[in-house]
Design a protein around this ligand. Structure first.
Ligand code: SAM
Length: 318
């Protein structure tokens, strides 16, 4: 018998181009593991309870696409929100549909926009190889999700539970501890925790945990930290780019301002010269006016004098 080998891939998650926030979403730290798990298991049907924007779902789809699997990927969500996400608008579902159409049109995706309970009628019993439970994280809700979907699982099915890390304050942690007590499981503590449960059969557990899987789990954890660190680096690079652009813009504005000031100073200089000229002209004209006034006074007084003399001669003829 050929031994199955677990490979650690270097996936490129295409959906990130359309929805960059996947890279910082809580599920991001588990995408690499999920991708390798799907390559390993090659499930015929994956069902996800709780898809929202699609961080986890499109990681599954990426593996299905890259390894040409015939897997049916079923995404179930009301796409309306729950107690923890809060009620949200249609943007998440619209984004989901766009990514499905633009990047994954060649794989078999079935969105069921409804409550998990209502979707039970759409999925055959004993037909789900991989179930991801990531709906409401209250204890009663997650218990109900697991128990109602249990009959849908195949013999070798694997069930993933998100938000089960010891330091997470959700009812899902208590339920995970309870449900995994008597079953085989693996659990990651990073990125809010991911429980990997083997509820019916030990085959995959044995295959996966052979070959030092604990060391591989560490690799996924480190990768998750590294991916986040890279994300921060690229965020900082963006900030630095924006800052540099602001500095460039400011310098350009200062140069422009200096030019405008120079132009204004030149205009003021020209204006001053012009006003000096006008002042001198006014002074010259005022002086001329004064002279003219004096001359007229002299003319008038000599005229009066002559008229007076003429009168006196007329009145006193010799
Ligand atoms: C935590 S989010 C899913 C996150 C997603 N798996 C990811 O990778 O980011 C939970 C989602 O489950 C949905 N949900 C919760 N309870 C539900 C129910 N009973 N039926 C249908 N959808 C439900 C909510 O609408 C929400 O979109």
């Amino acid at each position: 018998m050929v031994e199955k080998v677990w490979e650690i891939g270097e996936p490129h998650f295409e959906a990130d181009q359309k929805c960059p926030m996947y890279r910082s979403w809580p599920w991001n730290g588990h995408r690499r593991f999920a991708y390798d798990l799907i390559r390993f298991v090659k499930p015929e049907r994956i069902v996800e309870l709780g898809t929202y924007w699609g961080t986890s779902f499109f990681a599954f789809c990426q593996a299905v696409k890259d390894f040409n699997l015939a897997t049916e990927c079923v995404a179930i969500d009301t796409w309306e929100g729950d107690e923890h996400t809060g009620k949200y608008d249609s943007e998440a579902f619209e984004t989901f549909c766009q990514i499905k159409k633009q990047l994954f049109s060649n794989i078999n995706i079935r969105p069921l926009k409804m409550r998990f309970d209502d979707a039970l009628n759409h999925i055959d019993d004993g037909s789900v190889d991989l179930l991801h439970i990531d709906g409401c994280h209250e204890y009663d809700a997650i218990k109900k999700d697991f128990e109602s979907w249990l009959p849908k699982l195949t013999k070798n099915a694997i069930v993933l539970f998100h938000d089960v890390a010891d330091d997470v304050d959700y009812g899902s942690v208590r339920y995970w501890k309870e449900v995994s007590t008597n079953l085989l499981y693996l659990v990651f503590q990073h990125s809010w925790g991911l429980g990997v449960l083997f509820p019916n059969d030990r085959m995959y557990y044995d295959q996966i945990s052979a070959d030092n899987f604990n060391d591989k789990m560490k690799i996924y954890e480190y990768h998750s930290e590294l991916d986040l660190a890279w994300l921060q680096v690229s965020d900082y690079e963006e900030v630095v780019k924006k800052r540099d652009k602001l500095i460039d813009d400011q310098q350009r504005l200062m140069l422009e301002k200096d030019k405008i000031l120079e132009r204004k100073e030149r205009q003021i200089e020209v204006g001053k010269r012009e006003s000096d000229k006008q002042k001198k002209l006014v002074e010259r004209l005022s002086a001329e006016l004064e002279t003219e006034k004096t001359r007229r006074l002299q003319i008038e007084s000599s005229f009066l004098f002559r008229v007076g003399a003429a009168f006196s001669r007329a009145l006193n003829p010799k």
